[in-house]
Every structure is written in structure tokens, then in C-alpha cells.
Ligand binder design. Sequence first.
Ligand code: ATP
Length: 264
Amino acid sequence: MTGLLLRGVGAGYAGKLVVRGVDGEVPDGGWLTIIGPNGAGKSTLLKAVAGLLPHVGEIRAGARPLRALPARERARLIGYAPQTPQLPDGLSVTDYVLLGRTPHLGFLAREGRRDLQLVSEALERLDLGALAARPLHALSGGERQRAVLARVLAQQPRVLLLDEPTTGLDIGHAQALLELVDRLRAEDGTTVIATVHDLTFAAQYADRLLLLNGGSVVASGTPSAVLTAPAVREHYAADAEILTTSGGELVVAPSRALNRGPSS
Ligand SMILES: Nc1ncnc2c1ncn2[C@@H]1O[C@H](COP(=O)(O)OP(=O)(O)OP(=O)(O)O)[C@@H](O)[C@H]1O
């Protein structure tokens, strides 16, 4: 069981909390997306769950508090794709994705055939097969973003933390990536916490949304419960219509007409 439980979680920088009092639960194979305006604290919360920032309150992975997990075990359990990754210079895409296998290798052990196979599968899944030998610095922004996700997939984590995974991706690659994550969740029971700015994508792929504003949870629940026009207005200062497609999917459509009002 590798679902996640958050109780009264706070995190911040230099001793000052910028996120506080967050409660949430993601069951095994569940998908929670954190939404909220710029600066709300989404990345900070995700970094705390990744163990990259200290936290107050309690974060549990399965039955165990995150604090009690040795670093290596945590690295096998949790895969984290940051919003603005620092990529090492000089590595090829393949060598970089191979770094995802590090938590699984014995001390001073070299990668084996299975590791190389997982790397090659991750490259194919992210449409990077043709770029495998390229140096990282010679990739486009979206290709680099996909290389980061390929590294995390090669890690085979039970919990995936994705900070703005679709930033810089065209709509086709963004959709393919979210579908891939959804398959991992459905087939392998991978637990997912993501931050996503595109509210339509957020609604389409998560079971539950957590809306943060000013470092606190202001709404949580199913996408249709959280994403209402008044909530988008209040927390994003944006005018939008919440539409439902013929397939029953929710679409958040920014609306200039609403903004202008009936008289203009
Ligand atoms: N390293 C840091 N040191 C100090 N303050 C920081 C640091 N990183 C972020 N902050 C502050 O913490 C707050 C939350 O930032 P965070 O990056 O978590 O927001 P976010 O919701 O992910 O925003 P965005 O949508 O713009 O990515 C902001 O006020 C930000 O300025």
C-alpha cells in the first residue's frame, strides 16, 4: 500500500511557512492534482512530499511516515519531476535517463540488461527514441521536459510527483504524457500527485483536486465540485465558463464575453 496521507502539512523556506495546514489523502493508484494561482504554494507542497524540503505535520507513504524512510528507500518509492529541472551538462539522453535506475543499483554496481531495457522503454514511451544519443543541451525545451519524465519513469516509482509536467509540451505531447501517467496509475497502481495549470487537463485526469491559495487549501474534492465559475473568479481573478462536453468532460473556458459584461 503506497497511498499518501497528509495531515496538517506545512512547508516553507528559511523557517517561514508558505504552505500550512494541508490535509489530503491519495489512495493507492489515485491521482490528486494540486491547482491554484501563481505563488499559491503548489511546488512547495510537492517538494515537501518529495522530501526535498522539511515539513511540519505528517506525511505518510502507506503506513510509514516519510521522515522515517531512509533516503535510498524513499528514492525507490518516490519519483519527482521538478518544474525547472537542473540538467547535468554533457550527458546523452540515454545516460541521463539511466540515472533513474540509480536507487535500484547496488553499491558501485553497474547497470544490467534489465536497467537498459527499462531505459529504452521509457525513451520509447516518451517519443525520445530517435534522440537517445543526443546530448541533453541539444534538445528543445519540450524534449528536455520529456527526458526528465523518462528518467522518472525508468525509476519505476510507486509514487509519481509531477510538477507542471506539461509545461512546454505541445497539446499532442501533453495529452500523450497525461494518458501515459493515467495508464501507469490504472495498470501498475502508481499513485500520482501533480500540479497542473491547465484546468481542463487538471479536471480530465485527476480523481480529486486540491485548490491552494495563499498557502492554504481553499477547496478540495472532485473536479466538478472544485472547478466552479465562482471559484475560478475568486481564486484566479479570471472569468471563465465551466462547460461539459457531450462525453461528460469538464472544460474550463476563459471567457472575454463574461469579462465585458452584457452591455459591451
Ligand atoms: N526558494 C525559495 N525561497 C523563498 N521563497 C520561495 C522559494 N521558492 C518559492 N518561494 C515562495 O513561496 C511561495 C510559494 O511558491 P511556489 O513555488 O510553491 O508556488 P506555486 O504555486 O508553485 O507557483 P507557480 O504557479 O508560480 O509555479 C511564493 O510566495 C514564492 O515566492
